[in-house]
Design a protein around this ligand. Structure first.
Ligand code: NCD
Length: 327
């Protein structure tokens, strides 16, 4: 079963959340609307709803993460679930236990959901194929393949800032697309939401071979790529995934592809600047841009909580009815 088939149940509801690819526009919009209903919870004095009370969620992180792990944890806590954080790199894996054995042991503790981050593409899918029928798996980023909740929080952020009509937007995704699971998920999400134009902008060595088949326009010149765009989505240079000399130097990269205030002026006057974090200041972008008036980088982090609450509650079959998120 492929990712898209595995993540839906017979009634067409979300059971796991592994990839954006293959989701219907209705479901993507449903996730965004549900997240909207949860965003109020985060601003209440008592930041909790009882939707997942009595459920146990395990954050199974085989790869380092700050934003993703903590916002998944906060999202689970705000849904009143019990959360366990497992940094596997630091435990069983180093003692030689297989992934499946780790999984079986955690399942024996009656866990209801795994949030999985792994350096290997396909890891969350593998786990989803092996869990008990009542257990849900959420992909928190697998290798270069997908990072669906990141893409959903990016769509949520764009919708908040630019309104619901993606058809009138020109969007540039800039940087290390070759190694980016975030970019792949963003492209699928933007296509599903019928974005007006999606551009990918990067040096030739950092554009994946299949880029054009994803229905995007490819630019190797930064200035041309961001001209007149409504949204710029920056990506981090994924040094840890690079093999060989794909780039001359970080200094040279910044000279050609670094987002500065001067270059930002080429985009639309009300351009929105995004980045999934962590930012390499002075490599992908200037601090003045990262901290400037066009940047929504910290809002993205905030939105990550509501979006993850939406995905977790929907996968557990506990979608908030309208208004319930604020109860
Ligand atoms: C991204 C990731 O880990 O895939 N970050 C994140 O989840 N906020 C992107 C990155 O590491 O550059």
């Amino acid at each position: 079963m492929n990712h898209a088939e595995l993540q839906m149940d017979a009634q067409g509801r979300l059971r796991h959340f592994l990839t954006i690819e293959g989701l219907s526009r209705q479901l993507v919009t449903d996730i965004l609307d549900t997240a909207e209903s949860f965003s109020g919870v985060t601003e209440q004095t008592v930041k909790k709803v009882p939707l997942l009370r009595g459920k146990t969620i395990v954050n199974l992180f085989f790869e380092a993460s700050t934003r993703t792990r903590t916002t998944f944890e906060l999202a689970a806590k705000r849904l009143s679930a019990d959360v366990l954080n497992m940094n596997i790199g630091a435990s069983s894996a180093t003692k030689g236990e297989t992934l499946l054995d780790t999984l079986r042991n955690l399942e024996a503790m009656h866990v209801d959901m795994f949030v999985v981050r792994h350096a290997e593409s396909g890891a969350a899918h593998f786990i989803a194929q092996h869990v008990a029928p009542h257990v849900s798996v959420i992909n928190g980023g697998d290798g270069r393949h997908a990072h669906p909740t990141q893409a959903m929080l990016d769509m949520f952020t764009i919708r908040r800032v630019k309104g619901p009509d993606f058809g009138r937007l020109r969007i540039a995704i800039v940087g290390d697309l070759l190694h980016s699971r975030v970019a792949r998920s963003q492209i699928h999400a933007l296509n599903i939401l019928n974005a007006g134009e999606v551009r990918v902008v990067a040096p030739r060595t950092l554009i994946p071979a299949d880029a054009a088949s994803l229905g995007v326009h490819v630019y190797n010149n930064f200035e041309e790529g961001i001209r007149d765009v409504d949204v710029i989505m920056m990506l981090r240079l994924q040094r840890e995934r690079m093999q060989g000399a794909l780039l001359p130097s970080e200094h040279e990269y910044f000279r050609l592809f670094g987002l500065t205030e001067k270059r930002l002026a080429l985009a639309k006057p009300d351009v929105t600047v995004m980045h999934p974090g962590p930012i390499n200041r002075g490599v992908e972008m200037d601090s003045q841009v990262a901290d400037g008036p066009h940047s929504v980088i910290l809002a993205q982090v905030t939105h990550g909580i509501a979006v993850r609450m939406a995905v977790m509650s929907m996968a557990m079959g506990q979608k908030a009815q309208s208004g319930e998120g604020n109860a």
